[in-house]
Design a protein around this ligand. Structure first.
Ligand SMILES: [Zn+2]
Length: 126
């Protein structure tokens, strides 16, 4: 028989487990599509803490990420039936173009899809 006291104890045990899962610092999940919203100069990577000349800003998260950390977490994209890795330099360039605004985006012939990419692994913040 489970008494009411036992049930409370189970509840107290389950609750912190659930909470601790939510409180991990995974800000984006594997397979999630993220969108570049701009860039930030002279900052620190939210993933590894490394100082950055230019950090990449993503929609729905305040802090910048290093382009190299993003490239590592990014899934390859498919173009003409071939897979290509997301390159850090390209992610950084797109972040700068996005941050400079619509005229710059137009000049580069880019559209919204140029600023979206899919993660293959979760992206954690420190
Ligand atoms: Zn980093």
């Amino acid at each position: 028989m489970i008494s009411s006291i036992d049930r409370n104890e189970i509840g107290d045990i389950l609750y912190p487990l659930k909470r601790s899962k939510q409180m991990t610092n995974a800000v984006f999940q594997a397979n999630e599509v993220v969108t570049i919203r701009g860039y930030q100069q002279e900052c620190e990577c939210s993933h590894c803490g490394r100082p950055l000349k230019v950090g990449v800003l993503l929609e729905t998260f305040a802090g910048p990420f290093g382009a190299q950390c993003l490239a590592k977490a990014a899934a390859p994209y498919i173009y003409n039936g071939r897979q290509y890795a997301q390159k850090a330099d390209s992610l950084k360039e797109r972040a700068i173009i996005k941050g400079k605004g619509q005229a710059c985006i137009d000049r580069h012939g880019m559209t919204d899809r140029n600023f979206r990419f899919t993660l293959k692994t979760e992206l954690r913040s420190i």
